[in-house]
Design a protein around this ligand. Sequence first.
Ligand code: PEP
Ligand code: MN
Length: 340
Amino acid sequence: MIIVMVKGATKEQIKHVEDRIAEWGYGAHPIYGTERTVIGAVGVPEADKMTYVEQLESLPYVEQVISVMRPYKFVSREYHPDGTRVDVRGVEIGGNKIAMMAGPCTVESFEQTLASAKAVAKEGALILRGGAYKPSTSPYSFQGLGEEGLKILKAVSMETGQRVITEVMDPRNVELVCQYADILQIGTRNMQNYDLLREVGRAHKPVMLKRGMWAKIEEWLQAAEYIMLGGCTDLMLCERGIRTFETATRNTLDLSAVPMVKQLSHLPVIVDPSQGTGRWSLVDAMSKAAVACGADGLLIEVHPDPEKALKDGAQSLTIPNFKKLMEELRPIAKAIGREL
Ligand code: PEP
Ligand code: MN
């Protein structure tokens, strides 16, 4: 870390900071400027750093403490320079093939889930999405079928041969959801639910962590670090749009986060253009853009009859529109050396 002293800091004050650094067992490398002194501290272990930064910043003659290391380690690109390939019972995510996860926003019934699953499986979606526990801004809207929904997902996936991704919202339900799901989804509203992150990290299951709608990339990666610290190695991230001043779309789908995160981290990145835009008519264009900018997979809401959907009908693709999207995505994937 680098400690910037205030203008005019005295020799004693500089000496005090150097002594503190030495006391912690690290090397102090001062640069005495004519106006300002800057001290480099080397060898500070990650775990202690935040405490030291805060202690130094409490001194009135320290202007700023800059941390040169990233506040996460296991999710950083340096930890796995070649990138991670997540294994979902034999389906690989993060390799050359772009993973398609598609299905209804919410599990409403066996018939509705089966109709979506069969249709998307036919087009090549190896992973079925569907919410059994639905996080809702309004406590009055449909909250999902719970365990009944999980049972439907399992039964449907047995018929189609797909893997299942579904959201877990409560640390107390992790074990239960693990019995039915192949990938545990952490929703945007829970990105900073650290107890939940720790619990899914310990579950020995693939996990997909959505970006908090308010979260900076660094905070998102720190949340991912919690999951990896629990022992999870099959982790992926999902960009699902963030809140901005814009209201024409439900969220602002931050596609620049895809190449940014891929530079910073080894984890596969999935894009969710459904929550990302909130409009079915934009899902097609944003899916193509996501593939073009390097996404490792897409999470797309598809409903056999969006007009009757209990949730997110406005952003759900019809089955024919999903089929058309898949056809149009193939040449884009090919153009960047990947396949669908
Ligand atoms: C969803 O995938 O249906 C969902 C609720 O996602 P998010 O957490 O991104 O809102
Ligand atoms: Mn949804």
